[in-house]
Design a protein around this ligand. Structure first.
Ligand code: NOJ
Length: 535
């Protein structure tokens, strides 16, 4: 497949592999499940898929705890099946992006096993971050750093040494100052590019370099704030850019391959990750984080477009992923509610999921009308909501244990996809799914939506088909806001108008080619239209 710089306009569908489709009835999604659904993805109209980590792993963080970077978890399939999937996807014109997790390994990785079995100061330990504790007999952790999933970032071994983990204790951080670590990842990248993958999504792309002095963080409120981090001991340190360049050089040995950064940093600093010899793309989380407000949306869009333009990159748009509250639910929260947390009982104050769904129908009209590429998260095309009432015994996200059951974690956005309206796991597989689907999921099943023209799925299909027809390249865009009405205009393609206020407004001139819902003369609140202009 050739089509240079295909990522600049691609629509990429994120597959959270455990929850997409289960081909062998063990309740866990797998590679053959994806193969069986390639026809669905083709008819949806996406250009690429991004598959979350599929490597051998104890799955203590959903596979982001990798024990062997050159193999496939047998729960998901085999290397041969992965090769077949890549081939079959390519045959259908779909590119394949895989997830690479370089910040940390699993504690089951042979390097970490070797490290804990080796002496202090050994070469094996130098691949990770080991440090002495503070206080009497070094019983206190080396720093006051707090893990993203709760608790200290340090864990103590029986010999008294502490190792660093920004995430779960089963995810020890690699030492990226170590040349052996660097060289190993060059080879891992080549291993997968040689097998035909088209791109890499780089996990925690802003976290690999640590301040070697291990200073305490004075301002506790800045502990986990990677967005506003300034001189933070583990987020967005300058040395990151050397790693970016090193990987880019490896990718440039091949044709048409890309890497996209998962870097939760301030958008102005994110721009540096997108310089011509660094990443091709980076997720832009500003829009995802923006409240339902025309000025906030416009500002997030303008920042992303400008920042990409300055360095010659293309912007990206994301509304949901496997780490955040699904946007149907997020858009139904009252103003000011904190969607970043997953309280034990769920928010009691969800406004109305129907409102969230209407806004979601409009939001995707915004992202698909913008220049650049869009990342869709499996199930958003069905309007799946966040699931709040998973029984406690099935909760799997490490956040649940590490916060002593104060936060439920991210499982609510990872519930398996409903394909049919009945069956043990609504067509996900032959057996019960690893996370149970709530009864409401049957109403949102693919089979129910496929032939219903008003469904979310039909809406996504229509929008993607039209976007494809327009062959939208990188072009300038004009964003205007007038009293909570957001207008996005491009040289070619649709003009998108969204009413984000609470009163109906009159419909602008132009032929309505798509609407988020049936409209009649006016543009109601939370509704969007695509207008054909200049025709
Ligand atoms: C970001 C991934 O998206 C998330 O799921 C994971 O828990 C962390 N990185 C740690 O790898």
């Amino acid at each position: 497949m050739t089509n240079t710089e295909w990522w600049r306009t691609a629509v990429v569908y994120q597959i959270y592999i455990r929850s997409f489709a289960d081909s062998d009835g063990d309740g866990i999604g797998d590679i053959n499940g994806i193969r069986n659904r390639l026809g669905y993805l083709r008819s949806l109209g996406v250009d690429a898929i991004w598959i979350t980590p599929w490597y051998p792993s104890p799955l203590l963080d959903g596979g982001y705890d990798v024990s062997d970077y050159r193999n496939i978890n047998e729960l998901f399939g085999s290397l041969d099946e992965a090769a077949t999937l890549i081939e079959e996807a390519h045959d259908r014109g779909i590119r394949v992006i895989i997830d690479l997790v370089p910040n940390h390994t699993s504690w089951d990785h042979e390097w970490f096993r070797e490290a804990i079995a080796s002496a202090k100061g050994s070469r094996a330990r130098s691949r990770y971050h080991f440090a002495k504790g503070k206080g009497w007999r070094g019983r206190r952790p080396p720093t006051n750093w707090q893990s993203v999933f709760g608790g200290s970032t340090w864990e103590r071994l029986s010999d008294g040494a502490w190792y660093l983990h920004i995430f779960d204790k089963s995810q020890p951080d690699l030492n990226w100052e170590n040349e052996e670590v660097q060289a190993e990842f060059d080879e891992i990248i080549r291993f997968w590019l040689d097998r035909g993958v088209d791109g890499l999504r780089i996990d925690v792309a802003h976290g690999m370099i640590k301040d070697p002095g291990f200073p305490d963080i004075r301002d506790r409120s800045a502990m986990l704030d990677s967005i506003n981090a300034e001189d933070h001991p583990f987020w967005d340190r300058p040395g990151i850019h050397d790693i970016n360049r090193r990987w880019r050089a490896v990718l440039d040995e091949y044709d048409d391959r890309m890497m996209v950064a998962e870097a939760w940093v301030n958008s102005d600093r994110l721009r540096d990750y997108l310089r011509p010899d660094e990443y091709h793309q980076s997720f832009n989380f500003d829009l995802l984080s923006a409240p339902w407000d025309a000025d906030e949306f416009a500002a997030a869009i303008e920042r992303a477009v400008t920042n990409a333009e300055v360095v010659g990159a293309s912007p990206t748009w994301v509304l949901s992923n496997h780490d955040v509250m699904r946007h149907v639910t997020r858009y139904a929260l009252p103003e000011g509610a904190d969607w970043r947390r997953w309280p034990v009982t769920g928010p009691h104050d969800i406004l109305d999921e129907e409102l969230g769904r209407r806004r979601a129908r409009s939001a995707v009209m915004i992202t698909l009308a913008l220049p650049g590429s869009a990342y869709l998260y499996q199930g958003e095309e069905l309007g799946l909501p966040e699931v709040w009432d998973l029984p406690e015994h099935v909760l799997d996200d490490p956040t649940w244990e590490r916060t002593s059951h104060e936060e439920r974690g991210r499982d609510g956005c990872r519930v398996p996809v409903p394909w049919t309206t009945d069956g043990p796991s609504l067509g996900f597989g032959e057996g019960d799914a690893w996370l149970p689907q709530p009864p409401g999921f049957a109403l949102l099943a693919v089979a129910r939506q496929a032939d219903a023209p008003e469904s979310m799925l039909a809406h996504y299909r229509r929008l993607l088909a039209r976007r494809r027809d327009w062959l939208l390249g990188d072009q300038s865009v004009v964003i205007e806001v007038d009293d909570q009405v957001l207008t996005i205009s491009r040289e070619s393609g649709p003009r998108c108008v969204v009413n984000m206020g609470d009163q109906p407004v009159s419909l602008p001139s132009g032929v309505v080619v798509e609407a988020s819902e049936a409209i009649d003369g006016t543009l109601p609140p939370d509704c969007a239209v695509w207008l054909a202009t200049g025709e």
